[in-house]
Design a protein around this ligand. Structure first.
Ligand code: MLC
Length: 387
């Protein structure tokens, strides 16, 4: 977290001493009481009277919640420069310890049997239950789900920092030897990883006062947070899975309404994909696919990109870095990677293989727990949004 923060500050020309806000998200491998206070103390931001230091925890949605919180800190609490940090090392963590902690967080301890009981690994089994609900209700096929992982591996193969370097085949994903839960195979699980990321959010007034505002029209410029929305679902999937447990629809609707935008106004999408069902539900929730048709949407792109390794990023402007499935998933960090890729896309700095040409607005969605929290943020190019 510290080195990501230093790297982010180095790229923006903002000094550590300029920060008057810090948001951190909890770590599974190295948990600390009041994570943000712990980090602020380590980097010398505390003790000090005039800083706002806050730990945010909405699971995997945390970085998006944090982005919206940073905006509120600037708009309502007079902060001028707020850093968001996330870091974890669940990739190098002992598997048994990882599962002990991950399982404990997502399983109600009083349930010992019945449909609500989830065996270990609890998280893949929980998503498997939701996957089966979706397949049964909407006719989404097992192959369409596996295609999500293939597509993410194709995207990751274009990013130098992604963990998965080579695209998979459908057979790789559906290999029966790799079953983790009834409808989830190994390559359909968020890829455990070590990693950290940081984002700096500043007020326009601060940037202008320090001559740091980047007004460039071409390959640079600042990105603005246009707005966002959040919504919540239950902490654990109930005995019966139905539409009441999902919240991405509400979060997305809130975000579009607040920003007075429609799905057609978005050029790039960072959609949480810890398991294929999460991506499919997200495609439907944000309006890219009709309800129940997310699987068909994925299949269409799968076919379109199958024989053309050099496909135009505009064909599939979603998770151009490879998402949790293929870029890598250090516990609560990955939605931060969505934001970073969104910023690169909006600054037209994603490089020829990944750049969605002319991208002006991006939507980032984070999901916490087993559909327990949804946060959606919409970003735009400052030069276009006139803010
Ligand atoms: C694993 N591997 C992958 C992969 N996942 N390779 C490519 N793509 C993927 N998606 C590779 C590993 O790198 C490793 O390779 C090998 O497969 C075995 O993986 P492992 O994790 O070391 O195995 P194991 O210890 O047996 O555990 C398997 C597992 C675990 C499926 C139980 O990986 C797991 O629980 N994954 C899900 C993580 C998770 O739940 N994250 C949170 C998602 S929910 P090699 O070469 O090293 O052998 C969420 C919301 C929230 O995001 O709030 O957090």
């Amino acid at each position: 977290m510290q080195s990501a923060l230093q790297s982010a500050l180095g790229q923006t020309g903002i000094a550590m001493s300029d920060l008057d806000g810090l948001i951190a998200v909890p770590s599974l491998s190295h948990p600390h009481f009041m994570e943000a206070h712990y980090l602020a103390t380590k980097i010398g931001m505390l003790p000090q009277n005039d800083v706002v230091v806050r730990t945010v925890d909405t699971g995997g949605a945390s970085p998006i919640t944090a982005l919206l919180e940073a905006r509120r800190m600037i708009m309502n609490e007079d902060c001028k420069a707020v850093a968001i940090t996330a870091g974890d090392s669940v990739g190098s963590m002992d598997s048994d310890l990882f599962l002990e902690r991950a399982d404990a967080g997502c399983r109600p301890s009083h349930v010992k049997s019945g449909p609500q009981y989830l065996p270990s690994p609890v998280i893949p089994h929980g998503y498997s239950r939701v996957t089966e609900y979706h397949m049964e209700k909407f006719g989404t096929t097992r192959e369409q789900l596996a295609m999500c992982s293939v597509l993410m591996s194709r995207q990751a193969s274009r990013h130098p920092d992604a963990m998965n370097k080579t695209p998979y085949t459908l057979e790789d994903v559906l290999n029966p030897k790799h079953e983790v839960a009834p409808s989830v195979n190994l390559l359909e699980c968020a890829r455990r990883a070590d990693g950290g990321a940081a984002i700096v959010v500043c007020s326009s007034r601060f940037l202008e006062s320090r001559n740091l505002a980047r007004k460039g029209n071409g390959g640079s410029g600042d990105v603005v947070i246009l707005g966002g929305g959040e919504a919540s679902g239950p902490l654990y999937p109930g005995p019966v899975i139905d539409e009441t447990m999902f919240s991405c629809e509400h979060a997305a609707w809130n975000a579009f309404t607040k920003c007075q935008l429609e799905p057609e106004d978005i050029d790039w999408w960072g959609l949480y994909d810890c398991f294929p069902i999460c991506l499919i539900r997200a495609l439907e929730a944000v309006g890219l696919a009709e309800k129940g048709k997310g699987g068909e949407f994925v299949e269409k792109i799968y076919v379109e990109t199958m024989n053309d390794p050099n496909y135009d990023p505009k064909i599939f402007p979603i998770n151009t870095h490879g998402g949790l499935l293929s870029f890598g998933a250090p516990w609560e960090v990955p939605a931060t990677y969505n934001i970073i890729e969104a910023v690169r896309q909006l600054c037209w700095q994603a490089g020829s293989k990944r750049q969605v040409s002319g991208a002006r607005r991006a939507l980032c969605y984070g999901n916490g727990g087993i559909f327990s929290a949804s946060a959606v943020a919409i970003l735009g190019r400052a030069v276009d949004e006139r803010v």
